[in-house]
Design a protein around this ligand. Structure first.
Ligand code: G3H
Ligand code: ZN
Length: 284
């Protein structure tokens, strides 16, 4: 069933695992992620960036596609449709009105007081509709669609505590050295800060830029209160690799089902691997 992330993440934090947010890019990604979740008996968060939403036709199309698959695939595990890096109150409202069950308001590039103001407005509207809210502080490095960072800025623990207290968000993404897209070398995550922020805020924490983080760091983050981990690039790389391979092996091939089908299988295997790594398998 379609649910918000609230209960999922509270349970995950309490039981010491993380729920994966896997980003949608098209129909095949959506199919693969839902199939993986059902097979693994895992809760799952479908992440939709504004750019990916636009690509797929709009938020309504995304919601209807997901609802159709939930029915056709007879999905029984909890599924959230979550706006990833919502850029404004209006975008969050648009997603909620289209049927999203969760939104992220990313006002992290605004001055703190403005971040609080925008996030509060989103929380008021979202919670009145039973929709969960994620907010961000600091700057995640790298680039994802419209979200481009110049440099990495660590979230400040005082601001984290105040943002959570003043806005009533359901979970918090404190940027602590993670990067969207591939890492240059090993990631260097601020675990000390993560522990302090987790102790001072008491909400489930979110780790963006999940691609390329070694298992030991994933486990450490989970042990320090991280209950949601976002992955996009890894699935994109896996699917592109398969498409390249299949087309190179079969130069006469033109039916998209013949190369997107295998890509979908690779995405599914990648997602299953992440669910096992995050510990969400058999938690639905
Ligand atoms: O918001 C989405 C994620 O943070 C994805 O990051 O593409 O590096 O896995 P990633
Ligand atoms: Zn992100």
């Amino acid at each position: 069933p379609l649910v918000s992330m609230k209960e999922m993440l509270i349970t995950a934090k309490k039981e010491g695992y993380a729920v994966g947010q896997f980003n949608l890019n098209n129909l095949e990604f959506t199919q693969a992620i839902l199939q993986a979740a059902e097979e693994e008996k895992s809760p799952v968060i479908l992440g939709v960036s504004e750019g990916a939403g636009r690509y797929m036709g709009g938020f309504k199309t995304v919601v209807n596609m997901v609802k159709g698959l939930l029915e056709d695939y007879k999905i029984t595990v909890p599924v959230a449709i979550h706006l990833d890096h919502g850029s404004s109150f209006d975008k969050c409202k648009e997603a909620i009105d289209a049927g999203f069950t969760s939104v992220m308001i990313d006002a992290s590039h605004h001055p703190f007081e403005e971040n609080v103001e925008i996030t509060t407005k989103v929380v008021e509207y979202a919670h009145s509709k039973g929709v969960s809210v994620e907010a961000e502080l600091g700057t995640v490095g790298g680039q994802e669609d419209d979200v481009v960072a110049n440099g990495v800025i660590y979230a400040d623990a005082n601001e984290c505590e105040n943002l959570v207290k003043q806005t009533g968000i359901d979970c918090l993404a404190p940027a602590l050295g993670s990067v969207h897209g591939p890492y240059k070398g090993e990631p260097n995550l601020g675990f000390k800060e993560m522990e302090e922020i987790s102790n001072r805020t008491d909400v489930p924490l979110v780790l963006h830029g999940g691609t390329g983080i070694p298992t030991k760091d994933i486990q450490k983050a989970i042990s320090l209160g991280t209950a949601k981990i976002n992955v996009n690039t890894e699935n994109q790389i896996a699917s592109a690799k398969t498409v390249r391979q299949v087309l190179a092996d079969n130069p006469e091939m033109y039916d998209p089902r013949k190369y997107l089908g295998p890509a979908r299988e690779t995405i599914k295997e990648t997602v299953i691997g992440k669910m096992r790594e995050f510990g969400s398998t058999n938690k639905a």
